[in-house]
Design a protein around this ligand. Sequence first.
Ligand code: ARG
Length: 462
Amino acid sequence: MTMQDKQAWSGRFNEPVAELVKRYTASVEFDRRLALFDIQGSLAHAQMLTSCNIISAQDLKDIQRGLAQIENEIISGDFEWSLDLEDVHLNIEKRLTALVGDAGKRLHTGRSRNDQVATDVRLYLRHAIDELHGLIRALQSAIVDLATHHMHTIMPGFTHLQVAQPVSFAHHLMAYFEMLKRDAERFADCRKRVNRLPLGAAALAGTSYPIKREYVAELLNFDGVCENSLDAVSDRDFAIEFIAAGALVMTHLSRLSEELILWMSPRFGFIDIADRFCTGSSIMPQKKNPDVPELVRGKTGRVSGHLVALLTLMKGQPLAYNKDNQEDKEPLFDTVDTLTQTLRIYADMMGGITVKPEAMRNAALQGYATATDLADYLVKKGLPFRDAHEAVALAVRFAVERNCDLSELKLEELQQFSALIEQDIYGVLTLEGSLAARNHTGGTAPQQVEAAIARARKYLGM
Ligand code: ARG
């Protein structure tokens, strides 16, 4: 074995680790993504060691110089990663020692890879949450922009995928604004628990050096320290919580995707999605497929899968750190990547949607969407709701037999079902009348939707 091959912990061992085992246990191929956060954590740790007189000011200078060079090498792609050195932490430490000698070997004083990796993951995740926050807001802005043009565009609202009551397209879109708002809140809340410093927990029990954990926390902008060393190195609940919040983002976008796909199908024909978000078929020349929303729907499965993976990873582990935890990274990274790409593409795609108001309107006119309005009309004239429901059900049956809408029935025809019906019923049976009647907070009346959009714009600072 060359010096380069030698593991940091190999002193205790009689034979080198088997090649297959080395490959099996190494994580550098994926955890190198943590490199810049690892350096950030090491700089703060070294600064604290110096301020507590555990290493010298000269050591600190050497460490800072070495880590600055390593950072440059990593960013430029010149850094040579070695599988022999197992993970991101040992790769960087080895290079640091090659560059600055003994100071590099002193960096790990009072620290373990266990509290080091937990710190790196938290720094990484905090950064990811902040980026995702911006991406959620960008998507919300795109939704609000589209909604602004469609407060008066009427479509059928569905329950059980059957025409239920008319709503405005803007109102429907704004439902997704609300979901994303809660998603952003969940990330912000999760961030509070992510933003705690594990360093100082060392391997599991703390360290015998006179360290100052609060100082490191301050240097790294953590809100505080993890208050139990065993908990600090072993729990990944903050990552699980993050993936759970991410799975909900994907679930919301998957539902919207399902709707876009349905709406784009010629059976609905409510919208078109710009060509740049669709693909064709290699055999059917006429096809234009909504691949992006389909993939979003599909990728939702992998993020839900990552949530289950991490929960399962955690459930059998005794305190404190176990190597199992190395498996937290790929699901976590893939969740961040999937969310980042999905949110980015979605904001663009919402700007590439063409709405077909006539098709929406025709669909709303076909399904007796204003039947509830007729019932409400009768109730307002004194009929108990259940009786009104019955009268309208009979009227709908009558209209179905004649293949026409309620609003197309003559007054005498409608009056067979209730003598309370008068000429003013025709205002009630229009789609516009139905929308305007739902005039309270959260309702679909254009006035209310306009107010909801105004609130959203204020929230987004648009
Ligand atoms: N690569 C490891 C991980 O991701 C770093 C911590 C290793 N600690 C240990 N004692 N082997 O969890």
